[in-house]
Design a protein around this ligand. Structure first.
Ligand SMILES: Cc1ncc(COP(=O)(O)O)c(C=O)c1O
Length: 404
């Protein structure tokens, strides 16, 4: 076969989506898998949102829309930014995309190119590096420390800067650590960001999922004077349990928003018209379903932390957001489990999947070897069963309840 374009050689498939496909195939073969690897809410999309989509179909709202998304939805997003975040973005500064992922992809395409460097604090969401590479840019990883709550420190940012640095991605609450930036953490970064003039891409997709009374703050909220250096990427996927609907959005300085809409017009034309109506219903509808989901996630978080606390070999920092815990598993390295010597997060996740039927995601994919990600976007019964299976294998027994 003739060679492919070089960009496809630099990019690997998403490890989380690959795992999800493997888990679904195992389930289809009749295996009793507990999926703690998945990054999507397990709740139904609320009924009033589904109804809005049905109505859109019945009303014949089934044609192309403006590339940047329908005005009504952009107005609702503009109100959301004003009311929730105190940020002034007009509908012209907003673009609706096919999921939060495409918002990030579009921004990287617009802002970065060959020779540019993009700073990605590690641990990071698996998709940022390939998206930077697909733009022709170079991801530059900057390690953060668990002892700092996985917050990027200004000295570390300063050290990573070169004349080629064009941007940084900040994700809070974070996938995979569940860490949440405080206002003072962002303020501390501001002088370096201002001096260097780099773009800040704020990935706010888990905004609503913060616990223990913690406040959500993104970079433009903390540093309004630097708003023109910021692009806020967001979406309805996690907030309203709408991962399959593929509605994301971004708010940016107007020329950036215009360029994003232009690129999108040549790529996907527009997000699905029906999903846009559903997204609108989500944004203008009642908040109670969202608050109920948040409370359920919070009680699962506490359950998982309690269960993990008693497990030998795990050291689990307490996350304040999202729906992940990210324990340090280095205490298990060198141990024999399920007939294998554990030498990495990959081998541990593989034993958990093959021997216990529990899917988790190894830290290696997040730039954090030595940790493993558990998602608690699963029912309490599944969380208890999955962690019991793991506790059994760690205690030297058979982890697999399928055989008991
Ligand atoms: C940190 C982060 N950002 C963005 C997204 C994209 O969400 P979606 O494209 O489903 O809206 C995800 C999804 O897993 C995520 O974890």
């Amino acid at each position: 076969m003739r060679p492919f374009a070089e960009r496809t050689l630099n990019v690997k498939p998403s490890p989380t989506l690959t795992l999800d496909a493997e888990v679904k195939a195992m389930k289809a073969r009749g295996e009793r898998i507990v999926n703690l690897g998945v990054g999507e809410p397990d709740f139904e999309t609320p009924d009033h949102i589904k109804e809005a989509a049905v109505k859109a179909i019945r009303d014949g709202f089934t044609r192309y829309t403006p590339s940047e998304g329908i005005l009504e939805l952009r107005e609702a997003i503009s109100r959301k930014f004003k009311e929730d975040n105190g940020l002034d973005y007009g509908p012209e500064d907003i673009v609706v995309t096919n999921g939060g992922k495409q918002a990030l992809y579009n921004v990287m395409q617009v802002l970065f190119g060959p020779g540019d460097e993009v700073i990605i604090p590690a641990p990071y969401w698996v998709t940022y590096p390939p998206q930077a590479l697909l733009a022709g840019a170079t991801p530059v990883f900057v390690a953060t420390r668990e002892s700092d709550g996985y917050v990027l420190k200004p000295e570390a940012l300063e050290k990573a800067l070169t004349p080629r640095t064009r941007g940084i991605v900040i994700n809070s609450p974070s996938n995979p650590t569940g860490m949440v930036y405080r206002r003072e953490d962002l303020l501390a970064l501001a002088p370096v960001i201002e001096r260097s003039g780099i773009w800040v891409i704020s990935d706010d997709i888990y905004e609503i999922l913060v616990y223990d009374g913690r406040e959500f703050v993104n970079f433009p909220m903390a540093c309004p004077g630097l708003k023109d250096q910021c692009i806020v990427c967001h979406g309805v996927s996690k907030t309203y349990s709408m991962t399959g609907w593929r509605i994301g959005f971004l708010a940016a300085p107007r020329p950036v928003a215009k360029a994003v809409a232009m690129i999108q017009s040549q790529m996907t034309s527009n997000p699905c018209s029906i999903s846009q109506k559903a997204g609108l219903a989500a944004l203008i509808g009642p908040r109670e379903p969202v608050e109920r989901m948040r409370e359920a996630f919070d009680s699962r978080r506490r359950l998982v932390l309690r269960l993990l606390q008693d497990m030998p070999g795990f050291r689990t920092p307490e996350p304040a957001g999202a729906f992940y815990v990210f324990p340090d598993i280095r205490g298990l390295l060198g141990r024999e489990l399920g007939g294998r010597v554990i030498d990495s997060s990959d081998s541990l996740a593989s034993v958990f999947l093959k021997e216990c039927g529990v899917a988790t995601v190894p830290g290696s994919g997040f730039g954090a070897e030595g940790s493993i990600r558990f998602s608690y976007a699963a029912s309490e019964a599944e969380l208890v069963e999955g962690l019991e299976r793991i506790a059994r294998i760690l205690a030297g027994g058979a982890g697999d309840l399928r055989s008991s």
